[in-house]
Design a protein around this ligand. Structure first.
Ligand code: HEC
Length: 252
């Protein structure tokens, strides 16, 4: 005997037209999910240089490589012999204070002229021309990942879109027979929790790279729930016989 709620109908109890409607919806949603995964993969995979989509890729996508600009990397690294540490500090500070152009003319340009322009005067096409301000501008860009503005735009689209997808999926899936009931509730509920954690973590990854794990795990949970609901639904709708010992909670 399988006791069921009086509001519950199994997939197999539904008329064929409704099962066709459910199936059509599942097929198109499944296809959409595949495209969404390809899109995620193409836009984020291998950012860290190794193939595949890793947590490190997500850190770079959301918070950028962040460490420092190319100019700072150069004066702390390979070019450090050409500049005394005090001047290097002044250049670094200028970059971090927002690279004001007036201050550039005042203090930074003279430093570069004294220490760098002997080689970086544009005569060697392989070296950045440090007499050209637009070149400097390029060198001081710090990669901070996707902008908050872009994240806000993508967030609202995702929140609306994914709610619809998992409402439709979950609503259909309530007609599957899964025991114990709490497992079924978990599968229906997890995607909603996952999308909230996932999207909040896009922003939090900007603050702390550890949150990239939450983005990653959130995505995995959503994909897992989706696959579970999809396969169970198609199977139970078309290939499972109505369980004969199903009893309504109120049938006496
Ligand atoms: C003696 C010549 C010489 C001087 C002086 C010199 N550089 Fe360079 N610089 C080079 C050469 C050669 C390279 C390319 C090879 C390399 O990256 O080590 C280079 C590369 C660079 C790069 C590009 C690194 C990258 O990310 O690809 C930057 C930025 C740079 N230098 C900045 C500076 C600054 C700032 C100074 C002054 C403090 C300076 N250089 C002084 C010779 C010089």
């Amino acid at each position: 005997m399988i006791p069921v709620h009086r509001m519950y109908f199994h997939y197999s109890e539904y008329p064929p037209s409704m099962r066709v409607l459910f199936t059509g919806t599942l097929l198109v949603l499944g296809l959409a999910y595949i495209f969404a995964m390809i899109q995620t993969y193409v836009s984020h995979a291998a950012r860290d240089g190794s193939p595949g989509l890793s947590v490190q890729d997500l850190v770079i996508a959301y918070s950028g490589t962040r460490t420092e600009s190319r100019l700072e990397a150069a004066i702390k690294g390979p070019m450090s012999d050409n500049i005394d540490p005090e001047d290097a500090g002044i250049v670094s500070l200028w970059v971090h204070q927002g690279a004001n152009e007036e201050k550039y003319v005042e203090t930074i340009q003279p430093i570069l002229e004294d220490n760098c322009v002997a080689c970086h005067d544009g005569s060697n096409p392989h070296l950045p021309n440090l007499t050209d301000y637009s070149v400097i501008e390029d060198l001081i860009k710090v990669d901070t990942g996707v902008s908050v503005y872009t994240l806000v735009r993508v967030s609202h689209i995702h929140l609306f879109g994914i709610t619809f997808i998992f409402f439709i999926m979950g609503f259909m899936f309530t007609h599957a027979l899964i025991r114990p009931v709490w497992v079924k509730c978990l599968v229906v509920g997890i995607p909603f929790l996952a999308i909230i954690l996932d999207i909040m973590s896009w922003y939090l990854t900007k603050i702390h790279p550890g949150f990239a794990w939450v983005v990653y795990i959130g995505g995995m949970f959503m994909a897992f729930s989706f696959a579970f609901m999809w396969i169970t639904s198609i199977y139970q709708m078309w290939f499972m016989r109505p369980p004969k010992d199903m009893v309504r909670e109120t049938s006496e």
